[in-house]
Design a protein. Sequence first.
Lengths: 408, 581
Amino acid sequence: MKKVIHFSKLFIPFAIMSVVIIVLGIFGLSTKGFNLGIDFQAGLIQEVAIAPSAVELTYEGSATVSVQLQNTSMAIVVSGVGADNETFNFPYVTYDTVGKLVESLNKIDDITAVAKAPLTTSTVGLFGNSAVTTVLSTTPYYLHYTGKSAPNVTIDEVRQALSEKIEGIVKETGKTEDNTFQIRVSDDGSDAEVSNNIQLGIAAALSEAFGADNYAVMKTDFIGSQFSSSLVSQSILLVLGALALIMIYASIRFHWDFAFGAVLAVIHDALIMITFIVWAQLEFNSTMIAAILTIVGYSINDTIVILDRVRENQPLLKVDSFKKLLDISMSETLSRTIITSVTTLLAVFSLYFFTTGSMKEFALALLIGILSGTYSTIYISGGFITFCRRHWKPSDEEKVSQVKVVEY
Amino acid sequence: MSKRSRFVLILVILAVCFAFLWPTIKWYSNTPKEVQALALGSLDKIKDYSQVQAANDLNSLKAAYKADNTTVLPEEYNYLAKEAKDIYKVAKKDVASPMTIHDALVAFSSESEALGIIENTYRNEILDAKDTYNRAVKLGLDLSGGMSITVKADLDAAIEQQKGSVAVDDVATFKEQAMTQAIETLTSRIDKFGLTSPTIRQQGEDRIYIELPGAAEADSINSIIMGASVLTFRLVDDEATSSFNEYYSAHPASTFTASGELLDPTIVPDDCEVLGIYSKDDYGLDERVGYLVVKKAIVLDGQHVKSASVGTDGITSEPQVNLTLDSEGATIFGDFTAANVGKSLAIVSDTKIKSNARIREAIPGGQVAISGFGLDEAQNLQKVLQTAWLSVPLSVESQQIIGASLGEIAINQGIQAIILGLVLIMIFMLLWYRGAGVNAIVAQVLNLFIMFSIQSALSLTLTLSSMAGMILTIGMAVDANVIVFERIRDELRLGKGRSASINAGFDHAFWAVMDSNITTFIAAIFLSQLGTGAIQGFAVTLAIGVVSSVFTALFVSRLIFDFSTEQLNRKRISIGGRIKQ
């Protein structure tokens, strides 16, 4: 027989601890507030790389010729009328320098490639400007490079360049030699073409300071002022809707106090996560809402299995208080509770390990959520149900029908 | 159910899943990039391409025949030989095998029939690829790079502008028409750009969502969206049109650039431009039927059109479109038509010529009748003329541009995370449950496969967040196996034998697995209703994963246990936990 762990002894201290943590969270929320992401704060975030161009490409024919850049190779795809349809692949293993690449690119009909960087520059990591089309035309398309061989640009130079045209906040992202910067400009909702105007402003400022072919936009995010407000209220409504439905389902399958205990645990986990997000100042965006909602799903799953065991044990066990019934059922399912947390944590850990940016923060929030979900399954929902059934007595029928003997 | 029928059922499900997955595999690993580029292009481009290729092919066949009149038809034209054979069969003539070029070509009644067959073959090849793409899992913007824009239409302002006119009497219909119109205008402008497979759809009552995978020209797209829809009347230059058409038929492949500009602008007069003339095809899509050279100067701005209706000519009872112009428009139009009797006037919507009518006489007074077409065309034209007053102010509400290189980094991150997660979970399950762990591993691998193929079947978009959903689902889905295994261990501890433990374990675990997964499923379904794409992808993946994990844990894993009990005669069960058996 498995040993029974007396979880119920710690119900009260842990309930107090949870309340304290959540109060701290509410306190943090009212003093520090969320570090709101672009989803909730109107404006534009642009990530730019101040990177010199390595290759200039132009095309003078009538076919559709596009450039596809990958980490380890580049391809020129020729399609449509006016040329033989063909894909030219340039793996960087063979075409390891700009010189070799340019030489071969020039062999394709109607394409002119000009090396703008030293011919020995490595081709690995060449990238393009995401804000321009990859279909080649007489307007030059540039491949950029960064790294140790490229001149370093400081954040002050970028700030200086922008200061006259754009009122924004500049942050450096990534490694120093990458020269990537994040520019954030807020939107007050006064200008209908604000997205375009800010982008043009940044482009103009950067090309004036660094040259038109020496920077590349990596990523742009714009959320207008009318858009950002509806997401929070929508999420809250959906969470409430989901909880209500889960509550109904669990009430039918179990009993209302079981259902309420499970839902309480879920709400507890969501609040713990919010506390963590506030105090760690993670960016609060739609991905974070997804993280919270995931934990809603995870935590309810975790709790239901224990409740299921309690229900099953109820007619089988000879116990005089509900507390004992719960302790026994939880001990029996403990290894499952732990194993499931471990496997889910392994999954989240690998997500945390490989991703960057908002996905990493998503994984981090999940990590906390899973730990909290496991803990609340035992202590919060268990505590609540014990409290509801503190006057519980086994029915006469149950007393006679004991099948299972457990040492308490 | 007997083991055999369970096994067959599993095989059938896996086969169906594979069939769902097939278009995805075919598109990403089996379709050359240049075919992908063609298939993702607009229908106009596909048409141009197949026409030009067909003409080239036919010319080279004719040249080969001229050089040597006994040349055998090359193998790549087997489809042509097949058609020719069918014709010979109907005519009850014998054909020599192998067929020569001459035999193949004379089978057809005209050169254009043969040309049509070659053209169709090219076209079908590309349309097949397009179809494959439509059924494949698409990469979301965060993985493929590209741009998405949400545009808000200010319908209230549009109604305000039109106050008092007949069009806004029914507000609901007006809004609907205005949105359809706005979407159609945006679609045709974006198509003109030749961007790959744009997605344009209405979101809610007054929003339009546009997605352009790959890369995009941020500033020109912005001007595309912000530019008001323009309807103009312009004079056709007949002389330049005929000389252009002559040039075009001589140089079909080298007249236009990829974005539709003239490669050699000097072939038309300076004050003119070449525009396509369009009509609706059988599917209601715009189809280009030819080119006209029109003057750049605008005769009349569409804003002067006050109303348009379809009627019939009093005498010939042919359908016609009646326009009413405002007083300023009436004066301009009256003077212009008086001076240009006998010439043609084109009605241009943005950059597409929608109608082209000859001016028979001077039209003073602002009542214009256009005729010379069927009822369908008249109705289409009437719709086009509506754009004149259905102009809705648009504004960009959200915009996202992601560089293709960032997309590739994201794909790699997602794949690495899935692999590492899966491997860690596998190792853990093997260490903890020993032999039974293998069972769980099979279940999880199948899970991943089923999840991915259902995504493919539903044509969902794969994003980094749905990849996160997959890996997380695997982590959570193992739970169903864990519940069952723990139960089996419990039964073993009670001293039961292998098959009794397995049976009791699965029976006892059934409702625990169902209850916990149904509640998670409810949460996932609600989550998927949340507006933004990233969360949706994640939630749908989670919901699919929950269903497939119940299937693999209760059904597949059970079968594996039963199989090794009965077929392999296992008496014990390797499930860890130091249980004496």
